[in-house]
Design a protein around this ligand. Structure first.
Ligand code: ZN
Ligand code: ZN
Length: 421
């Protein structure tokens, strides 16, 4: 095959006219801005990630419309006619660079892969989150993910080490709204657990080699001995059901979770009613705590066909958010549900977390009962009225709405000046 050669008539002066100001290479997919300057499509996108002005004349550009400027077909045609060899080499370099930045494998049975990492907060499989992506490096990460398999890693920022934690989740972009100023509103869903094996910085963000964790992975641990922290009445139930085969045990665990989640709702509503009737300033904090517990329990999916794995991760979310936290840790690892090996173990742990919520609410109810109101009997009557006056279902609906808003609020990304190790 004859080698493709550049047109002999192109002198240096003409060649210079066909070069991008940003990469100083021949234009690849040339786009022309409203101010009349031309850049490679990718070069312009990356330039406006950092500053929304034209790299040549500093005219302010609308970033969102910038990334949608169509390629200048005439100019692209002229370049491919005059400089076919230079263009082919340029395209190859660009492809190599992109290949090194995309997530390499979305296959469900892959054991290891390459993932760009968004360092922010802990995320579990099945968990949904909305992100407001404004940092240039993460805008680039999201744009690249959208061009590939829409996946990246989400790992919690590690304050202690000043980098990122080693356990996290692979997430998938399920919805993306680009904003005119270049930011993205994306909805992501956790897919599977990952462990970061090694990472390097690529264009500002971390690109990591990760292992996809399976339930039987050696990195994971079984549930710690719950009997230490388990209340007596739950311990008996556990002792009874733990002798069962997994096939019988799982539905039993799910039933138990449903029962206890309902118990949390009931007890917290009771406490909330009591405090509404009470109306003393001292109950303001308690009221907030109760509303919070009520919302947490409301987030546990309890429909008929709930998937055990999804349920276990929603419990992880619920109990991890408990005041004071509630999750097992290892010696070298911050406490996290991500370390707990199987669905069964996570269900057990989540159940104990839920049960602790019941305990908290009950204790508060008892305290309020014991304190009463200054004139004694008056407290009883007011409590009674409060219970009658407040419809349980009404509270639940209202609170669930709030809960949904809370889960969908855009969390802030960590300080842009933080770096990875
Ligand atoms: Zn360029
Ligand atoms: Zn310009």
């Amino acid at each position: 095959m004859a080698a493709v050669e550049d047109h002999a008539g192109v002198d240096d002066e003409l060649r210079e006219q066909l070069e991008c100001n940003v990469c100083t290479d021949v234009f690849l997919d040339p786009v022309t801005t409203p101010c009349g300057h031309t850049f490679c499509k990718e070069c312009l996108s990356r330039a406006v990630d950092v500053r929304n002005t034209c790299p040549v004349c500093r005219t302010v550009l609308l970033v969102g419309s910038c990334t949608q400027i169509p390629v200048n077909i005439t100019l692209a045609g002229v370049i491919s006619k005059l400089l076919p060899a230079t263009l082919a080499a340029r395209r190859e370099r660009a492809a190599e660079e992109a290949a090194g930045t995309l997530s390499t494998d979305g296959a469900p049975d892959a054991r290891e892969g390459l993932l760009p990492i968004f360092v922010m907060s802990e995320m579990f499989p099945h968990q949904k989150m909305q992100l407001n992506v404004f940092e240039p490096r993460y805008r680039l990460l999201v744009r690249r993910a959208l061009e590939g398999n829409r996946r990246f890693g989400m790992v919690e920022y590690d304050r202690g080490a000043g980098g990122m934690k080693s356990l996290g989740s692979e997430v998938e972009i399920t919805k993306c709204d680009p904003l005119p100023d270049g930011r993205f509103h994306v909805t992501i869903v956790g897919r599977r657990r990952i462990r970061v094996l090694s990472s390097r910085v690529q264009d500002g963000y971390a690109l990591a080699t990760v292992r996809y964790l399976k339930d039987d992975d050696e990195d994971l641990v079984p549930c710690p001995d719950l009997r230490v922290i388990m209340p007596d009445n739950l311990r008996d139930t556990f002792t009874q059901i733990e002798t069962q085969e997994d096939a019988t045990l799982m539905p039993m665990l799910i039933q138990l979770v449903k029962k206890v989640a309902h118990e949390v709702s009931k007890t917290t509503v009771k406490a909330i009613n009591k405090m509404r009737a009470d109306r003393t300033p001292r109950s303001a904090n308690h009221m907030q705590l109760m509303m919070f517990l009520h919302q947490l329990a409301g987030g546990v999916p309890l429909d008929e066909n709930v998937d055990a794995d999804a349920l276990s991760w929603s419990l992880a979310q619920t109990t991890q958010a408990l005041p004071g936290g509630f999750a097992p840790g290892g010696e070298n690892e911050a406490p996290s549900f991500l370390r707990i090996s199987t669905v069964k173990e996570r269900l057990k742990l989540g159940l104990v977390g839920l049960w602790n919520m019941v305990g908290l609410a009950t204790k508060l109810c008892e305290t309020l009962d014991a304190e009463g109101t200054p004139d004694g009997a008056g407290g009883e009557t007011e409590d009674g009225e409060g219970d009658d006056g407040m419809d349980e279902g009404g509270v639940e609906e209202h609170v669930e709405e709030e809960d949904r808003e809370a889960t969908e609020a855009s969390p802030e990304t960590p300080d842009p000046s933080t770096s990875y190790e």
